[in-house]
Write a protein that binds this ligand. Structure first.
Ligand SMILES: [Zn+2]
Length: 408
């Protein structure tokens, strides 16, 4: 099935009729449907599919004559709440389409070629980004992960079981993976500025999520004098402004995008405000400094407000430098058209987790005219998507093919 047909098939799954965005949370019916779709596409191609106990999927094209560690490509199919169509699925659909192209050209790989789909990449339900690939690589253990809860208090272990999976059935193994290449829609406008449909990633900024809990004293919004209050909302408000200012000054990124208020009443001074800071910086040290500066200012303000603050790191990912030799080979000036630009990204990806686990890893980006991501406005033209498929097919042929330089 051609790229465009696969894309059309996926379009209605998990789509919100009101916003046009996608709600493809892990271990929900939308995600089960996506998993079935992938299994059908793999079956139609005769790929050997393995689905593990938590829903990660890896399908291998292993024609006779292939041996040695395989070349894995792929991405994820889940989305953030009200996300775009491209973040994740573009890499999966392009992977299948790239294999189709190689086959139609009669390409015979020397090494197996696999397509992987990792669950809960966005961390939109259980708060842990790249959870599927973290579990597979051992960066997170199942005994720890199964106790994570979603916003409704559902434990991860129960959510996985409710989705018809058996979490005790084990995880897919990456032992046979020699290298990983993830194609992804760009989440910025770097390629627009460079007038290029496709780019190669140099690395991923270190990033993480921190939970800030501001505790005060609930009281009546009318009868409590302003000077008698211990209002954690004020501490939070100043902290959100401080985070923004601090990140601007250092040319980094800091965002409070999620807040929960107790009791969340219009006529009540709140007793508790919980807010999540998403912070990213170009070096590990800069990220530590950034979060430290925000926390320090928050603590100072809490003292003035008579509130208290606790800060908990929920997930932190160190900087990732993708395999430099692999990136320069992919971007190489010898490539027809003069090579692809090499760009950094501020977004986390499964590719970063695999890279940290020691798998030589590369990423390809496809131009996104709006630069917007994690929103229904995320987009890519069909021409650029097809250029991405062709780029991925070239890369897979190079990595899985015969001859010098074929190994990663
Ligand atoms: Zn993604």
């Amino acid at each position: 099935m051609a790229f465009e047909e696969m894309w059309r098939d996926l379009a209605p799954i998990g789509r919100s009729a009101t916003s046009g965005g996608y709600v493809r949370q892990p271990w929900t019916s939308a995600e089960s449907e996506l998993r079935s779709w992938f299994a059908e596409e793999c079956a139609a191609r005769g790929l050997a599919l393995e689905t593990d106990g938590i829903g990660n999927q890896v399908a291998w094209w292993r024609p006779e004559g292939t041996s040695g560690p395989g070349v894995l490509t792929g991405s994820h199919l889940d989305s953030v709440v009200d996300g775009g169509a491209y973040d994740g699925p573009l890499g999966v659909v392009s992977a299948l389409a790239a294999i189709d192209r190689l086959r139609s050209r009669g390409f015979q790989p020397d090494r197996p070629v696999g397509v992987g789909v990792f669950v809960e990449e966005e961390g939109s339900r259980f708060g842990r980004a790249c959870l599927g690939s973290r579990l597979v690589t051992g960066a997170t253990t199942w005994s720890e992960a199964r106790e994570l809860t979603d916003r409704d208090g559902v434990h991860l272990g129960d959510a996985v079981s409710a989705a018809g999976l058996d979490p005790d059935a084990g995880l897919v193994s990456l032992d046979d993976v020699g290298c990983f290449v993830e194609l992804h829609v760009e989440q910025g406008r770097d390629l627009v500025g460079r007038d290029a449909a496709v780019g190669v990633a140099s690395g991923i900024w270190p990033h993480g999520r921190w939970r800030f809990e501001f505790a005060g004293e609930a009281n009546h919004a009318g009868t409590t004098r302003m000077e008698d209050r211990h209002d954690p909302m004020l501490t939070y408000a100043m902290t959100a402004l401080a985070a923004n200012k601090q990140a601007r000054l250092a040319e980094q990124r800091a965002t409070f995008g999620r807040v929960e208020v107790v009791p969340n009443g219009t006529n009540a001074v709140p007793s508790l405000v919980t807010a999540w800071l998403d912070a990213r910086a170009d070096t590990d040290g800069a990220l530590t400094d950034l979060v430290g500066a925000v926390a320090r200012q928050a603590h100072d303000r809490a003292e003035r407000d008579g509130t208290t603050l606790s800060v908990t790191a929920e997930s932190v990912s160190g900087s990732v430098a993708f395999d430099a030799a692999l990136a320069s080979r992919l971007a190489g000036p010898a490539r027809p058209g003069g090579g692809w630009p090499v760009i950094a990204t501020q977004a986390g990806h499964d590719a970063g987790i695999l890279s940290a686990a020691g798998v030589p890893t590369a990423m390809l980006f496809v131009r996104n005219p709006t630069g917007v991501s994690h929103s229904p406005a995320e987009t890519a033209s069909t021409d650029d998507c097809l250029a991405g498929v062709e780029a991925l097919a070239e890369v897979l042929a190079e990595l899985a093919g015969a001859g010098p330089g074929a190994s990663a």
